[in-house]
Ligand binder design. Sequence first.
Ligand SMILES: Nc1nc2c(c(=O)[nH]1)N[C@H]1C(S)=C(S)[C@@H](COP(=O)(O)OP(=O)(O)OC[C@H]3O[C@@H](n4cnc5c(=O)[nH]c(N)nc54)[C@H](O)[C@@H]3O)O[C@H]1N2
Ligand SMILES: Nc1nc2c(c(=O)[nH]1)N[C@H]1C(S)=C(S)[C@@H](COP(=O)(O)OP(=O)(O)OC[C@H]3O[C@@H](n4cnc5c(=O)[nH]c(N)nc54)[C@H](O)[C@@H]3O)O[C@H]1N2
Ligand SMILES: [Mo]
Length: 641
Amino acid sequence: MDDIAQRLSDIVARHGPEALAVSTSQWNTQSDNGLGRRFMNLLGSPNWISGVAMCADNTAAINRMVYGWFPYPDYPNTKCIVLFGHNPKRHSWTPVYNAIRRAQESGAKLIVLDPRRSENAEMADLWLPLKPGSDAAMCFGWLKVIIEEKLYDREFVANWTTGFEALRARVSEFPLERVEQLTGVQAEQIAAAARLYATSGPAVIPWTPVTDQQRNSTSAIRLMCMLRAICGNVDVPGGEVLHGFHPDVVHESELELHGALTEVQRAKQLGSDTHPAFTYRGMAALREPSQRVWGHEWPNLINGCYMANPSAVFRAMADGAPYPVKAFFTLGNNTLMSFANMQLIERALLNQDLVVALEHFRTPTAQLADYILPGDAWLERNCLSDGFGWTAIYRPSQKVVEPPGSCRGAFDFWSGLAQRMGMVEQFPWETHESLLDERLAGLGMSFEEFAAKHAYHMRGLEYRKYERTGFATPSGKVELHSDLLDGLGFDPLPYWRDDLPFDTEFPLTLFMGVREDEYFQTGHRHISALRARNPEPLMHISPADAGTLGLPEGRWVDVETRQGKVRLKTAIRLEMPAGVVRVPHGWWLPERAEGDGTLSGAWIHADAQICPDDADHLDREQGIPHLKGIACRVSAVAEWE
Ligand SMILES: Nc1nc2c(c(=O)[nH]1)N[C@H]1C(S)=C(S)[C@@H](COP(=O)(O)OP(=O)(O)OC[C@H]3O[C@@H](n4cnc5c(=O)[nH]c(N)nc54)[C@H](O)[C@@H]3O)O[C@H]1N2
Ligand SMILES: Nc1nc2c(c(=O)[nH]1)N[C@H]1C(S)=C(S)[C@@H](COP(=O)(O)OP(=O)(O)OC[C@H]3O[C@@H](n4cnc5c(=O)[nH]c(N)nc54)[C@H](O)[C@@H]3O)O[C@H]1N2
Ligand SMILES: [Mo]
């Protein structure tokens, strides 16, 4: 830690504080209490990124632009659930899986939009097999039906939205024949689904990662927000509720001290010029409204607000432009494999003066670090969770064993570093527990008392809070037309960006995803009991395509895009549509040789090496990559172990 602090200080002295970049991910939202951002804001670096730039966090940021918060579904009271791809299963999003099944038992309808006949598609009242990446076009189709047939909540639209006429005009560019062409779903089915959503009673469109990972992401997310809003489903029982902060608990956004970062340093945030949506620049117009409605200028929902653009950070690390980034900390995040363009990320890591990983394992990313600090695990630390800042529900998670050996958590890392770098006053807590106690002081309890008393704690939900406070947007209303986006140089209305031209050399389409029960993301391949159940990365392909390509079950193939290739094993699946293949996320082989060049099989199997991050494949506003519909080709591999 002394050496890390010394080397970081030298880098800051030479290149400025912005030469430090930090990447983390979901781990962060459950353990760091905002201390990572606090350290960076005090040091003066805006270059914080997270793998969740492609998972809920970016959705949260975009939702704020429409109605000021990221809503959570009121499953127990809903009458209709719409899943855009999102496929909760017994072993994936288990609580939501249970909530959906219970809602169905009490009569709620289920609509599933998925190219694949997924588990939820099989249990749905309506299944629309849309083309990968066509979710935004589908939403336009629904809006067309709902507006034309006047199925929307006219009173809410009149009183609480801006830009409805402009939206109506934009939507009129999407007759159902066009939407049918763009999505591959029959017009009658699109109309039937739109009617079911708009007329079943209060309805929900739960968050989905599918629209977090598309070149049409910002429009798709905004269109979903608009469907919720104009159908009167925002902040009502059975709809989707804007929780706000819990009034008596100190939330992470507050501990992060975003106000401490100077305007000058904020303006240096990488990627904020080209892809500003979730950066400081992109979210600046929400400061005042957030203060007005939620009592805080810098709500950081799901840690997805005010972050730099990942691709821009990796470019600065690799090439020193627009300025050098020379120190990189990766905490609970397999950085190399969790973004697009792995080739670039490896160059970026190899061009650093200091790389520190806080990890459990020698992941491909950790293998390129100067220091691997052993991280503690969730059973070895106390934690206060508010659902990633999404809900006003707090849950304790208690330490049951001491971390072994020298394993330490985020608290020790950040405060240890802060203390060595002259920030003693701003990191006054002696222990992690004293920080948790401080967060709960408003409830008159210590963490220990809180954990003994509450499995979870929330205040009663208040519906239609906007009638009292307005929405936390510049206009105080739901912004269907966005002056904010207009001001940043983007289309103020949602739009459809045409598909990339057909590439004859790459005639198939791939999507990444379909979670594996045995593993979480890039983790756990070293656990032999799990590996025995699921030994190899599988390409799912339809029987028709397997036939055309002459691929028997179990044949190894290379799936190639213009960016790179991955080696996968053929798995013929009846539920796959023709023309589409599935590439699994995050495969590497911990038993293989480590280090640059091989990275334990990451250079054979990792999906990040086939995801491009050129302008055509990035969402314009957010700059996140397209994992749902990349042109590819598949070729059999003659011999491979
Ligand atoms: N190319 C590509 N990129 C993606 C995706 C994709 O499909 N393709 N998916 C996106 C999605 S949905 C998400 S959520 C993100 C996920 O991105 P990450 O959250 O980075 O996902 P993981 O691969 O689980 O990596 C977490 C790492 O943290 C370590 N770890 C686990 N628990 C602890 C702990 O308690 N302490 C410490 N110190 N370390 C711990 C694990 O060993 C693991 O290496 O990636 C996104 N990025
Ligand atoms: N066991 C286990 N559980 C997990 C995880 C894990 O790794 N393992 N990961 C966790 C994380 S971080 C996340 S984000 C969630 C993700 O969980 P899910 O949201 O369920 O994501 P996936 O299983 O990747 O894909 C869901 C569906 O999207 C469909 N799909 C693919 N492309 C498109 C498209 O363009 N549009 C539409 N509408 N559908 C499409 C696929 O066919 C698939 O059925 O799971 C979480 N739970
Ligand atoms: Mo995720």
